[in-house]
Structures are given as C-alpha cells and as structure tokens.
Design a protein around this ligand. Structure first.
Ligand SMILES: [Zn+2]
Ligand SMILES: [Zn+2]
Length: 330
C-alpha cells in the first residue's frame, strides 16, 4: 500500500513567497515492517551483495566484547511482537518474561580485541528506480548503507561509524546468501528490523533557525504569540522520519557548520535515519494510510532503530561524493 502524506495545512509559500526559492524535494521512505528480498529497497533487509566481495568491517579501535548478543536482540523482538499481537493489553506471559529477562547486556565476546574486525550491520539499501532523488554519483544505481554496532568512534568516542557502498544492480552474481553480522552490538537500537519501503516525494522548506532573522521574526509574528515558530517547525518545513534529500534539522544543537573533512564544502543530506516516523508534534505528516493504526504499539517506530539521540543524517559532499560522508546526529 503506497503512503500519502496529507497536504500541508497551509501553503507557506503563499504567505512567505521568498520561501519558494528555497523549496527542496525530499523522498520520505515510509519504512514499514515486512519481508524484503535482496531485490527490494529496504531497511534491515538482505542486501544484494556479491558472494566474492569482502563484507565491510569496523577495525577502528574501541571495545567490542561487551553489549547485547545480536541473536538475543532479534529473539527479544520476535517474542515481544508475538506477545503484543496476541494480547495487546498485557503483552508477554510470565514464561516469556522469564526468557526476556535472560537477554542481558554482558561481556558476551571476551575474545575480541579492540581492533579485531567486526562485521558492520546492514542498515538499508536503496535502488534508484524505487527512490526518486537518490543522487547519481556515477558509481551505480544501488546505495547500500552500513554502520558499526557500536557508537564509540570519533573524537567524542560516542559517534557512529557509517559506510556507504554504491553498486550496479545489473551486474551478475553470484550473490551472497548468508550475510555476515556482528556477534555483539553495543546498543540494541542500532539493529534495524526488516522493513519494506513506500517512497513518496514531498516538498520541504529550510529549518526555521537557518532562515534569516528578519524572516524568522515575521514567521513568529504571523503564528501569533507563544508559538515561536512551532507551527512552521512542526508542520510547514521538514518532514519527520526516514528520508532521502530534503533539509537538515538541528533541534538539539541549533544550526552548526559541518564541512566536508576532505575539502570544506558544506555537505547536502543524503539519508536521514530517524527513531520515529512521527511524534506528537508532527502528526500532520502521518500518511492517510496509517491513520487508523497510530495507536498500535510501535506504529511510529517500525525500524526499531535509534541512532545517537534519535536522528542521524548522512550528508554527502556536493563537490565530490566519494569524499567521506558527514554524519550529523540530532
Ligand atoms: Zn566500530
Ligand atoms: Zn568534499
């Protein structure tokens, strides 16, 4: 079932015509639980990966022996999903709760030294024929996204490590059938649950705090006292959830320059990964097709993923997309 975002409650360009020059298209991915194959665009699904190509690994020094067993994370989700479906009021039985209590964080892979290569998690793959707006880097029509199961990289030691691969999907196999995966992950919220995608293009406008002060003031005045641009922020500028393209948002830190580490050019958003597809402030973006089920547990968190503090944008250097991607967590 395709997904359709309701039109914005107000045509913001009619009120502030200068915003028309800033409009940008974003492709909302609308991930929903499903059983994707390697020939589908997906989050958390199997990747189209040549059998003879090495799987990406993390060798950046950090502890990798403690955390959650990946098999426990998957089993826990399976038990919970079944339990809540069976009994939406009470969830797991006492017996199930006992099993769940056994899935603990621990030193599950003590044999791993701090630079031992560990397989990256397959996060998403996007075919250009499914996802309009996916940039053409000249390296293929299929984008594959990976990250390390630990967020212990970078100067802060709390940053994710993301790798991208572009591939020509018309190349011939044989394709990998058993995907490598790490034994242990540092955070359960880095493990995506399999979702199929229903891409849809929407129009976005810049994040409020990146507009010039004069326009910001006029937007605030138009909205009336006490809102400080909330309506523009939540309903009229940027779409929530997973998306390709569009505008960056800066709810935690406020706008801050994040130039390409190789050449200093300001990068443009490639893929935004988000914990929620909507929250109480962004309900106007809920697709018509999902409106009947918004109360179902987990309806707005289909991927079970929450990088950093909930949102990660992978941005590409517009000057040279082969430069390392910039990661913006908010
Ligand atoms: Zn790592
Ligand atoms: Zn660059």
């Amino acid at each position: 079932m395709p997904r359709t975002t309701p039109p914005r409650p107000i045509d913001v360009e009619a009120v502030f015509p200068e915003l028309a020059a800033e409009r940008r298209t974003a492709t909302r991915l609308h991930p929903r639980r499903g059983a994707p194959t390697a020939r589908d665009s997906s989050v958390g699904g199997p990747l189209l990966w040549p059998a003879d190509e090495p799987w990406p690994v993390c060798t950046i020094p950090h502890k990798r022996g403690s955390g959650y067993r990946l098999t426990d994370v998957l089993r826990e989700r399976e038990i919970l999903e079944r339990a809540w479906q069976r009994d939406p009021r009470n969830g797991p039985t006492a017996e199930e709760s006992d099993i769940l209590a056994g899935f603990k964080r621990g030193r599950h892979a003590p044999h791993l030294a701090d630079t031992d290569p560990i397989p990256l998690l397959a996060v998403a793959q996007l075919y250009r024929h499914d996802v309009p707006g996916l940039p053409d880097t000249g390296e293929g029509d299929l984008l594959q996204v990976f990250w390390c199961g630990f967020e212990r990289h970078g100067e802060s030691r709390h940053e994710p490590h993301v790798e991208l691969r572009w591939r020509h999907s018309d190349s011939t196999g044989p394709w990998l059938t058993e995907q490598p995966a790490p034994e242990v992950v540092g955070r359960e919220e880095l493990v995506p649950s399999p979702c199929v995608l229903y891409p849809e293009q929407v129009v976005e406008h810049p994040y409020l705090m990146t507009l010039d002060a004069e326009l910001r003031d006029r937007i605030a005045a138009w909205e009336g006292p006490d809102t400080e641009g909330d309506r523009y922020l939540s309903e009229l500028s940027t779409a929530p959830g997973w998306k390709v393209g569009g505008y960056l948002t800066w709810p935690l830190t406020g706008p801050s320059p994040s130039p390409c580490t190789r050449c200093g050019t300001e990068p443009t958003p490639l893929l935004t990964v988000s914990h929620t597809e909507w929250d109480p402030s962004t309900t106007s973006w809920i697709p018509y097709e999902d409106r009947a089920d918004t109360d179902v547990m987990g309806a707005n968190t289909p991927t079970d993923v929450s990088p950093g503090r909930g949102r990660l944008t992978i941005a590409l250097c517009p000057h040279d997309p082969s430069h390392p991607p910039t990661l913006i967590t908010q």
